[in-house]
Design a protein around this ligand. Structure first.
Ligand SMILES: [Zn+2]
Length: 431
């Protein structure tokens, strides 16, 4: 049944409407226009709030959710030691319940921040089979979001063929679903043997996209050069793993040629500057990516949930890196956001990123009261300096109200947070 949300400021992606309405039917937007032209029944009066397309997070790790506040013996001297001393301890302790609760808490946090779609990179080496189904069940079926999932295949503790099987099984199952899909997950070049890459190459057959960390720490690139006599992206190309719509996360230490190779094969570089600065691994150079004509999208790498910080750190990091206050503009942010929507469109086979007939009804209602004039032309300035700091009032995904007036409608958030408190305590004891 169709319904209409009215009396809203609307950023459609193509124009800005000061006072408008949106009509949704099923999972799609069917009509958008000026309020004065609407004469039907208004299901909900948005009282001047801002409506805009819901966000896409192009690289995250839901499994890290229960690590907030956790204390482990931690004195890393390198990025690999950060993995060994923290993340590779945590992921090995995850079982079915921890995966489930991490996913529900992450879903709650994403929803409160207006994020409707995530590209998750999962790891739970002691609970592999069925893990992606658990994530999908929690994030998509229960919480009502959309997700593209994969399991990080790695040879860090010996070959993990079970992880590959999990990727393939999930990918096959969710192939034609507009709410969830799969990719082939790889940890990173430095934890993958030639034999495993050969096997992944056979499975992908140049068609199934991969989701992998690339040159996050310098040691990843050095490992490839020293042990395989080629750079990371050359190594992936050698195994025919430069595949359209793949995600190459970070790419901090890649060279110009590697960027061009990714771009030529239709891959996406997904940057996560906030996480990079936290791990002290360097900053991705977006000017280099632009020169190489690469598509760049934005993720959070599992670090926090508010896109406000990711946008801000992205812009500020580029200005800092280039010592140029004009190094990154609001139109550069728009490009990155648009690329995230394109990534979702390509994977989920629906149209994302606009409040326009024919597009998915994934919309965010924001409590934004602009103190200065807001137009299509300056929308991204408002976004960068104001909108991302305003609270998200409501979120609709595929036309379904997931959160209304700050309250999640698809599951009992309070109850989930109670359970996660207990579970985190027990999990931390195990580490
Ligand atoms: Zn990551």
């Amino acid at each position: 049944m169709a319904y209409t949300l009215g009396n809203a400021m609307i950023y459609t992606g193509d124009k800005f409407i000061d006072k408008g309405y949106i009509t949704v039917e099923g999972e799609k937007i069917v009509d958008v226009g000026e309020m004065e032209l609407f004469h039907g029944y208004m299901e909900r009066d948005l009282n001047g709030r801002l409506v805009m397309p819901a966000w896409v997070n192009a690289h995250t790790h839901v499994y890290s959710t229960l690590a907030l506040g956790m204390s482990v013996e931690f004195h890393p001297m390198s990025f690999t030691q950060i993995l060994k001393q923290l993340w590779w301890k945590l992921d090995k302790s995850l079982g079915v319940e921890e995966i489930q609760i991490s996913a529900m808490i992450a879903a709650a946090n994403f929803i409160h921040n207006g994020i409707a779609t995530i590209f998750d990179h999962h790891s739970s080496p002691n609970y592999i089979k069925g893990s992606l189904g658990i994530l999908k069940n929690a994030i998509v079926d229960l919480a009502g979001m959309r997700g593209v999932f994969c399991f990080e295949t790695s040879d860090r503790d010996g070959t993990q063929m079970e992880a590959l099987e999990e990727n393939v099984n999930f990918y096959e199952k969710s192939k034609s679903d507009a709410h969830s899909s799969g990719m082939i997950g790889l940890h990173a070049s430095f934890t993958l043997s030639d034999r495993t890459l050969e096997r992944i190459s056979e499975i992908c057959n140049g068609k199934i996209p991969i989701h992998v960390h690339v040159a996050e720490g310098l040691e990843d690139e050095l490992d490839s050069i020293n042990n395989h006599n080629m750079r990371i992206i050359e190594r992936f190309d050698h195994y025919n793993l430069l595949i359209e719509n793949s995600i190459y996360a970070h790419c901090i230490h890649v060279n110009n040629e590697e960027v061009r190779m990714i771009s030529k094969k239709g891959g996406f570089i997904v940057v996560n500057p906030q996480s990079n600065m936290n791990n002290a691994v360097g900053i991705p150079d977006l000017a280099k990516f632009k020169r190489g004509d690469a598509k760049v999208a934005l993720g959070n790498d599992g670090f926090g949930f508010s896109p406000a910080f990711d946008f801000r750190l992205l812009a500020l990091s580029q200005k800092h890196l280039n010592k140029d206050s004009l190094a990154f503009s609001s139109s550069d942010i728009k490009n990155v956001v648009d690329n995230s929507y394109e990534l979702a469109t390509n994977h989920l086979k629906e149209r994302f990123g606009k409040v326009k007939p024919g597009f998915v009804a994934d919309i965010s209602v924001v409590d934004y009261k602009p103190a200065t004039p807001i137009t299509y032309e300056n929308f991204y300035d408002h976004l960068f300096f104001g909108i991302t700091e305003a609270s998200v009032n409501s979120l609709y995904v595929a036309g379904k109200p997931i959160m209304i007036d700050g309250e999640i409608k698809t599951f009992d958030e309070k109850e989930i947070r109670k359970i996660s408190q207990k579970m985190a305590k027990n999990l931390w004891k195990k580490l």
